[in-house]
Design a protein. Sequence first.
Length: 397
Amino acid sequence: MLQCRYLAGAECTGRGIFQPLPIDSMSPEEESTLSIRRRLATAAVAVLAGVSTAIVVVPATPAQAHGVTMIPGSRTWFCFQDGLRPNGEIIAFNPACAAAIAQSGTTPLYNWFANLRSDGAGRTVGFIPDGQICSGGNAGPFDFSPYNAVRSDWPVTHLTSPSTIQFRHSNWAAHPGAFVVYVTRQGWNPNGPLRWADLESVGGAQDPPQSGGPGALNYYFWQQQLPAGRSGRHIIFTHWIRSDSQENFYSCSDVVFDGGNGEVTGVGPNQTSSPTPTGSQSVSPSPSGSTPIPPSNCSATWNIVPTNWPNHFQVRVDVRNNGTTNLNGWTVRWTYTGGQGFEGPPWNSTLVGQPPNVALRNAGWNGTLAPNATTNFGFNATGTAPNPAPTLTCTSP
Protein backbone atom coordinates (compact mmCIF):
# COMPACT_ATOMS: atom_id res chain seq x y z
CA MET A 1 0.00 0.00 0.00
CA LEU A 2 1.32 3.44 -0.91
CA GLN A 3 2.37 5.45 2.12
CA CYS A 4 2.34 9.22 2.25
CA ARG A 5 5.78 10.67 2.86
CA TYR A 6 7.15 14.19 2.52
CA LEU A 7 7.17 15.49 -1.03
CA ALA A 8 7.72 19.15 -1.73
CA GLY A 9 4.75 20.70 -3.51
CA ALA A 10 2.18 18.05 -2.50
CA GLU A 11 -0.11 17.18 0.38
CA CYS A 12 -1.33 13.76 1.43
CA THR A 13 -5.03 13.17 0.78
CA GLY A 14 -5.24 10.45 3.44
CA ARG A 15 -5.65 7.76 0.79
CA GLY A 16 -1.94 7.41 0.06
CA ILE A 17 -2.19 9.87 -2.83
CA PHE A 18 -0.32 13.15 -3.11
CA GLN A 19 -2.41 16.11 -4.22
CA PRO A 20 -0.36 18.94 -5.83
CA LEU A 21 -0.37 22.21 -3.93
CA PRO A 22 -0.81 25.51 -5.73
CA ILE A 23 2.57 27.13 -6.26
CA ASP A 24 1.56 30.29 -4.45
CA SER A 25 0.89 28.26 -1.26
CA MET A 26 4.45 26.90 -1.07
CA SER A 27 7.34 28.28 0.87
CA PRO A 28 10.38 29.35 -1.21
CA GLU A 29 12.20 26.22 -0.01
CA GLU A 30 9.34 23.93 -1.12
CA GLU A 31 9.04 25.64 -4.50
CA SER A 32 12.76 25.32 -5.13
CA THR A 33 12.78 21.66 -4.10
CA LEU A 34 9.75 20.88 -6.25
CA SER A 35 11.49 22.44 -9.25
CA ILE A 36 14.58 20.31 -8.69
CA ARG A 37 12.54 17.11 -8.18
CA ARG A 38 10.68 17.71 -11.43
CA ARG A 39 13.92 18.23 -13.35
CA LEU A 40 15.53 15.20 -11.74
CA ALA A 41 12.52 13.06 -12.56
CA THR A 42 12.60 14.22 -16.17
CA ALA A 43 16.29 13.40 -16.46
CA ALA A 44 15.87 10.01 -14.78
CA VAL A 45 13.00 9.00 -17.05
CA ALA A 46 14.96 10.08 -20.12
CA VAL A 47 18.03 8.11 -19.10
CA LEU A 48 16.03 4.99 -18.26
CA ALA A 49 14.30 5.21 -21.61
CA GLY A 50 17.66 5.28 -23.40
CA VAL A 51 17.11 8.61 -25.04
CA SER A 52 19.28 9.48 -28.01
CA THR A 53 19.22 13.23 -27.44
CA ALA A 54 20.97 15.27 -24.80
CA ILE A 55 19.15 16.20 -21.62
CA VAL A 56 19.08 19.97 -21.37
CA VAL A 57 17.85 21.19 -18.00
CA VAL A 58 16.16 24.58 -18.26
CA PRO A 59 14.15 25.99 -15.36
CA ALA A 60 10.82 27.64 -16.02
CA THR A 61 11.65 30.39 -13.50
CA PRO A 62 14.92 31.58 -12.00
CA ALA A 63 16.21 29.29 -9.27
CA GLN A 64 16.52 30.65 -5.75
CA ALA A 65 20.03 29.28 -5.23
CA HIS A 66 23.21 29.59 -7.12
CA GLY A 67 26.21 27.27 -7.00
CA VAL A 68 28.96 25.29 -5.31
CA THR A 69 32.30 23.86 -6.36
CA MET A 70 32.01 20.89 -8.72
CA ILE A 71 35.75 20.27 -9.26
CA PRO A 72 37.14 19.52 -6.77
CA GLY A 73 33.69 18.40 -5.72
CA SER A 74 32.06 19.94 -2.66
CA ARG A 75 30.39 17.81 -0.03
CA THR A 76 26.89 18.71 -1.23
CA TRP A 77 27.68 18.12 -4.92
CA PHE A 78 29.32 14.76 -4.28
CA CYS A 79 26.61 13.62 -1.86
CA PHE A 80 24.00 14.55 -4.48
CA GLN A 81 25.88 12.48 -7.07
CA ASP A 82 26.42 9.66 -4.59
CA GLY A 83 22.76 9.20 -3.70
CA LEU A 84 20.82 10.13 -6.82
CA ARG A 85 19.01 7.06 -8.18
CA PRO A 86 17.46 6.59 -11.63
CA ASN A 87 13.96 7.29 -10.27
CA GLY A 88 15.04 10.68 -8.86
CA GLU A 89 15.25 9.60 -5.23
CA ILE A 90 18.35 10.27 -3.14
CA ILE A 91 19.53 7.26 -1.14
CA ALA A 92 23.14 7.58 -0.05
CA PHE A 93 25.83 4.96 -0.49
CA ASN A 94 28.47 7.05 1.26
CA PRO A 95 28.20 6.82 5.08
CA ALA A 96 28.99 10.50 5.68
CA CYS A 97 26.33 11.52 3.15
CA ALA A 98 23.89 9.07 4.75
CA ALA A 99 24.51 10.61 8.18
CA ALA A 100 23.91 14.10 6.80
CA ILE A 101 20.64 12.97 5.21
CA ALA A 102 19.56 11.36 8.49
CA GLN A 103 20.06 14.71 10.22
CA SER A 104 18.56 17.19 7.74
CA GLY A 105 16.84 15.09 5.09
CA THR A 106 17.32 15.09 1.33
CA THR A 107 15.94 18.59 0.69
CA PRO A 108 19.39 20.23 1.02
CA LEU A 109 20.78 17.82 -1.58
CA TYR A 110 18.00 18.52 -4.05
CA ASN A 111 19.26 22.08 -3.53
CA TRP A 112 22.95 21.15 -3.51
CA PHE A 113 23.81 24.54 -5.04
CA ALA A 114 22.03 26.49 -2.27
CA ASN A 115 24.69 26.69 0.45
CA LEU A 116 24.41 30.45 0.88
CA ARG A 117 23.50 33.32 3.10
CA SER A 118 22.03 36.62 1.98
CA ASP A 119 24.00 38.78 4.43
CA GLY A 120 27.50 37.38 3.84
CA ALA A 121 29.01 40.53 2.32
CA GLY A 122 32.44 38.88 2.03
CA ARG A 123 32.80 38.49 5.81
CA THR A 124 34.76 35.58 7.26
CA VAL A 125 36.56 35.59 10.63
CA GLY A 126 34.31 36.79 13.43
CA PHE A 127 31.21 36.44 11.28
CA ILE A 128 31.09 32.72 10.47
CA PRO A 129 32.04 30.73 13.60
CA ASP A 130 34.77 28.10 13.59
CA GLY A 131 33.20 24.68 13.07
CA GLN A 132 30.45 26.15 10.86
CA ILE A 133 32.58 27.31 7.93
CA CYS A 134 31.37 24.65 5.48
CA SER A 135 27.73 25.68 5.96
CA GLY A 136 28.39 29.42 6.01
CA GLY A 137 27.31 29.69 9.63
CA ASN A 138 24.03 27.74 9.30
CA ALA A 139 22.12 30.86 8.23
CA GLY A 140 20.88 29.96 4.76
CA PRO A 141 17.50 28.82 3.45
CA PHE A 142 18.33 25.10 3.87
CA ASP A 143 19.91 23.13 6.69
CA PHE A 144 23.47 22.39 5.60
CA SER A 145 24.76 22.12 9.17
CA PRO A 146 25.42 18.34 8.86
CA TYR A 147 28.00 19.10 6.16
CA ASN A 148 30.25 20.62 8.85
CA ALA A 149 30.69 17.17 10.40
CA VAL A 150 34.23 16.08 11.25
CA ARG A 151 34.52 12.77 9.42
CA SER A 152 37.14 10.90 7.42
CA ASP A 153 34.67 9.25 5.03
CA TRP A 154 33.36 12.18 2.99
CA PRO A 155 33.79 11.73 -0.78
CA VAL A 156 37.29 12.82 -1.69
CA THR A 157 39.27 14.08 -4.70
CA HIS A 158 42.87 12.91 -5.05
CA LEU A 159 45.32 15.66 -6.05
CA THR A 160 49.01 16.50 -6.30
CA SER A 161 50.84 19.26 -4.43
CA PRO A 162 51.89 21.49 -6.07
CA SER A 163 49.90 21.46 -9.30
CA THR A 164 47.53 23.55 -11.36
CA ILE A 165 44.01 22.25 -11.94
CA GLN A 166 40.87 23.60 -13.55
CA PHE A 167 38.39 24.63 -10.86
CA ARG A 168 34.72 24.39 -11.79
CA HIS A 169 32.00 26.11 -9.79
CA SER A 170 28.32 25.69 -10.63
CA ASN A 171 26.61 28.73 -12.15
CA TRP A 172 23.07 27.53 -11.45
CA ALA A 173 22.35 31.25 -11.25
CA ALA A 174 25.02 33.59 -12.61
CA HIS A 175 26.34 36.63 -10.73
CA PRO A 176 29.35 38.90 -10.99
CA GLY A 177 31.85 38.48 -8.21
CA ALA A 178 35.02 36.90 -6.88
CA PHE A 179 35.93 33.34 -5.93
CA VAL A 180 38.39 33.12 -3.04
CA VAL A 181 40.05 29.72 -2.57
CA TYR A 182 41.49 28.52 0.74
CA VAL A 183 43.43 25.33 1.50
CA THR A 184 44.05 23.96 4.98
CA ARG A 185 47.61 24.40 6.24
CA GLN A 186 49.98 21.48 6.46
CA GLY A 187 49.77 20.14 10.01
CA TRP A 188 46.13 21.14 10.58
CA ASN A 189 44.00 18.76 12.62
CA PRO A 190 41.56 16.86 10.36
CA ASN A 191 40.01 15.27 13.44
CA GLY A 192 38.75 18.58 14.80
CA PRO A 193 36.29 21.26 13.62
CA LEU A 194 37.50 23.37 10.71
CA ARG A 195 38.78 26.74 11.96
CA TRP A 196 39.66 29.93 10.13
CA ALA A 197 43.15 29.61 11.56
CA ASP A 198 43.48 26.31 9.66
CA LEU A 199 42.90 27.97 6.29
CA GLU A 200 45.34 29.74 3.98
CA SER A 201 44.14 31.80 1.02
CA VAL A 202 45.76 30.61 -2.22
CA GLY A 203 44.11 32.91 -4.76
CA GLY A 204 40.98 32.46 -6.83
CA ALA A 205 39.30 34.26 -9.72
CA GLN A 206 37.33 37.41 -10.48
CA ASP A 207 34.38 37.01 -12.88
CA PRO A 208 35.78 33.88 -14.60
CA PRO A 209 34.31 32.53 -17.87
CA GLN A 210 31.33 30.19 -17.93
CA SER A 211 30.89 26.90 -19.81
CA GLY A 212 27.30 27.72 -20.63
CA GLY A 213 24.19 29.48 -19.43
CA PRO A 214 22.72 29.26 -15.91
CA GLY A 215 19.97 26.94 -14.76
CA ALA A 216 21.63 23.68 -15.83
CA LEU A 217 24.86 21.88 -14.93
CA ASN A 218 27.15 24.50 -16.41
CA TYR A 219 29.90 26.18 -14.44
CA TYR A 220 32.45 28.93 -14.00
CA PHE A 221 36.00 27.73 -14.61
CA TRP A 222 39.54 28.93 -14.04
CA GLN A 223 43.06 27.53 -13.62
CA GLN A 224 43.93 27.31 -9.94
CA GLN A 225 47.44 26.83 -8.57
CA LEU A 226 47.48 24.42 -5.62
CA PRO A 227 50.13 25.12 -3.00
CA ALA A 228 53.33 23.19 -2.41
CA GLY A 229 54.11 21.34 0.78
CA ARG A 230 50.76 19.62 1.22
CA SER A 231 50.28 15.90 1.85
CA GLY A 232 47.50 13.76 3.24
CA ARG A 233 43.94 14.89 3.97
CA HIS A 234 42.95 18.53 3.50
CA ILE A 235 39.91 20.70 2.88
CA ILE A 236 39.62 23.25 0.08
CA PHE A 237 37.14 25.99 1.01
CA THR A 238 35.76 28.18 -1.78
CA HIS A 239 34.02 31.46 -0.93
CA TRP A 240 31.99 33.05 -3.74
CA ILE A 241 31.44 36.74 -3.01
CA ARG A 242 28.87 38.53 -5.17
CA SER A 243 29.77 42.05 -6.21
CA ASP A 244 26.16 43.06 -6.90
CA SER A 245 24.68 42.11 -3.52
CA GLN A 246 25.64 40.93 -0.03
CA GLU A 247 24.80 37.31 -0.89
CA ASN A 248 27.68 34.82 -0.53
CA PHE A 249 28.11 31.09 -1.23
CA TYR A 250 30.23 28.45 0.52
CA SER A 251 31.82 25.15 -0.54
CA CYS A 252 33.97 22.64 1.33
CA SER A 253 35.77 20.07 -0.82
CA ASP A 254 37.58 17.14 0.79
CA VAL A 255 40.86 16.28 -0.91
CA VAL A 256 43.88 14.06 -0.40
CA PHE A 257 47.27 15.19 -1.68
CA ASP A 258 48.66 11.79 -2.62
CA GLY A 259 49.94 12.31 -6.16
CA GLY A 260 46.47 11.91 -7.64
CA ASN A 261 45.19 13.48 -10.84
CA GLY A 262 41.60 14.28 -9.92
CA GLU A 263 40.43 10.72 -9.15
CA VAL A 264 37.33 10.59 -6.94
CA THR A 265 36.57 7.98 -4.29
CA GLY A 266 33.66 7.65 -1.91
CA VAL A 267 30.93 8.28 -4.49
CA GLY A 268 28.55 5.50 -5.44
CA PRO A 269 28.39 1.84 -4.45
CA ASN A 270 32.14 1.10 -4.51
CA GLN A 271 32.96 2.80 -1.22
CA THR A 272 36.00 0.71 -0.28
CA SER A 273 37.87 1.09 -3.56
CA SER A 274 41.06 3.10 -3.77
CA PRO A 275 42.01 5.33 -6.70
CA THR A 276 44.01 4.13 -9.63
CA PRO A 277 46.55 6.78 -10.69
CA THR A 278 45.95 7.82 -14.26
CA GLY A 279 48.31 10.76 -14.66
CA SER A 280 51.07 8.63 -16.17
CA GLN A 281 48.90 6.97 -18.77
CA SER A 282 49.86 7.41 -22.38
CA VAL A 283 46.81 6.92 -24.57
CA SER A 284 46.73 7.87 -28.22
CA PRO A 285 43.64 8.31 -30.39
CA SER A 286 42.43 5.40 -32.47
CA PRO A 287 40.72 5.64 -35.85
CA SER A 288 38.06 3.24 -34.60
CA GLY A 289 35.66 3.40 -31.67
CA SER A 290 36.60 -0.14 -30.73
CA THR A 291 39.57 -1.00 -28.56
CA PRO A 292 41.91 -3.97 -28.51
CA ILE A 293 41.06 -6.64 -25.96
CA PRO A 294 43.27 -6.08 -22.90
CA PRO A 295 44.46 -8.91 -20.63
CA SER A 296 41.29 -8.68 -18.52
CA ASN A 297 39.20 -9.95 -21.48
CA CYS A 298 37.13 -6.80 -21.12
CA SER A 299 36.60 -4.43 -24.05
CA ALA A 300 34.84 -1.10 -24.47
CA THR A 301 33.42 0.61 -27.56
CA TRP A 302 32.82 4.35 -27.96
CA ASN A 303 29.55 5.37 -29.66
CA ILE A 304 28.51 8.95 -30.38
CA VAL A 305 24.79 9.55 -29.86
CA PRO A 306 23.51 12.22 -32.31
CA THR A 307 22.36 15.46 -30.65
CA ASN A 308 21.61 19.05 -31.58
CA TRP A 309 23.20 20.56 -28.49
CA PRO A 310 25.79 23.26 -29.34
CA ASN A 311 29.23 22.73 -27.78
CA HIS A 312 28.12 19.44 -26.24
CA PHE A 313 28.02 15.79 -27.24
CA GLN A 314 26.63 12.55 -25.85
CA VAL A 315 28.35 9.17 -25.70
CA ARG A 316 27.28 5.59 -25.07
CA VAL A 317 30.06 3.17 -24.14
CA ASP A 318 29.42 -0.55 -24.58
CA VAL A 319 31.34 -2.85 -22.25
CA ARG A 320 31.76 -6.53 -23.17
CA ASN A 321 33.13 -9.59 -21.39
CA ASN A 322 35.20 -11.41 -24.00
CA GLY A 323 36.37 -14.06 -21.56
CA THR A 324 35.09 -17.53 -20.64
CA THR A 325 34.34 -16.76 -16.99
CA ASN A 326 32.28 -14.11 -15.22
CA LEU A 327 33.71 -10.60 -15.17
CA ASN A 328 33.47 -9.19 -11.65
CA GLY A 329 33.71 -5.45 -12.01
CA TRP A 330 35.16 -3.24 -14.75
CA THR A 331 36.82 0.14 -15.23
CA VAL A 332 37.02 2.00 -18.55
CA ARG A 333 39.68 4.66 -19.12
CA TRP A 334 40.63 7.11 -21.83
CA THR A 335 42.42 10.44 -22.26
CA TYR A 336 40.94 13.61 -23.72
CA THR A 337 43.24 15.90 -25.69
CA GLY A 338 40.82 18.71 -26.57
CA GLY A 339 39.70 20.06 -23.19
CA GLN A 340 36.45 18.08 -23.09
CA GLY A 341 34.59 17.65 -19.81
CA PHE A 342 31.43 16.19 -18.29
CA GLU A 343 28.03 17.88 -18.32
CA GLY A 344 26.63 16.40 -15.13
CA PRO A 345 27.19 12.92 -13.74
CA PRO A 346 27.33 9.85 -16.03
CA TRP A 347 24.66 7.19 -15.85
CA ASN A 348 25.13 3.45 -15.22
CA SER A 349 28.69 4.09 -13.99
CA THR A 350 30.72 5.88 -11.32
CA LEU A 351 33.23 8.59 -12.23
CA VAL A 352 36.56 7.84 -10.51
CA GLY A 353 38.99 9.83 -12.71
CA GLN A 354 38.43 13.39 -13.92
CA PRO A 355 39.35 14.72 -17.39
CA PRO A 356 41.70 14.73 -19.16
CA ASN A 357 42.54 11.27 -17.76
CA VAL A 358 39.05 9.84 -17.47
CA ALA A 359 38.13 6.68 -15.55
CA LEU A 360 34.63 5.29 -15.02
CA ARG A 361 33.84 2.23 -12.95
CA ASN A 362 30.78 0.01 -13.02
CA ALA A 363 27.75 0.90 -10.95
CA GLY A 364 26.53 -1.43 -8.23
CA TRP A 365 24.14 -3.28 -10.52
CA ASN A 366 26.12 -3.84 -13.73
CA GLY A 367 29.58 -4.94 -12.62
CA THR A 368 29.11 -8.68 -13.09
CA LEU A 369 29.02 -9.83 -16.70
CA ALA A 370 28.71 -13.42 -17.89
CA PRO A 371 30.88 -14.57 -20.81
CA ASN A 372 29.97 -12.62 -23.98
CA ALA A 373 27.54 -10.45 -22.01
CA THR A 374 27.45 -6.68 -22.49
CA THR A 375 26.33 -3.61 -20.60
CA ASN A 376 26.63 0.09 -21.32
CA PHE A 377 26.95 3.47 -19.67
CA GLY A 378 26.62 6.97 -20.98
CA PHE A 379 27.21 10.65 -20.34
CA ASN A 380 26.75 14.15 -21.65
CA ALA A 381 29.96 16.05 -22.35
CA THR A 382 31.15 19.58 -22.99
CA GLY A 383 33.26 20.65 -25.94
CA THR A 384 33.68 19.03 -29.34
CA ALA A 385 33.43 15.26 -29.69
CA PRO A 386 36.88 13.72 -30.29
CA ASN A 387 37.45 12.69 -33.88
CA PRO A 388 38.93 10.15 -34.15
CA ALA A 389 37.46 8.57 -31.03
CA PRO A 390 39.80 8.10 -28.07
CA THR A 391 41.27 4.69 -27.41
CA LEU A 392 39.44 3.05 -24.52
CA THR A 393 41.02 0.57 -22.14
CA CYS A 394 38.88 -1.75 -20.07
CA THR A 395 40.21 -3.59 -17.03
CA SER A 396 38.72 -5.71 -14.28
CA PRO A 397 37.93 -4.92 -11.58
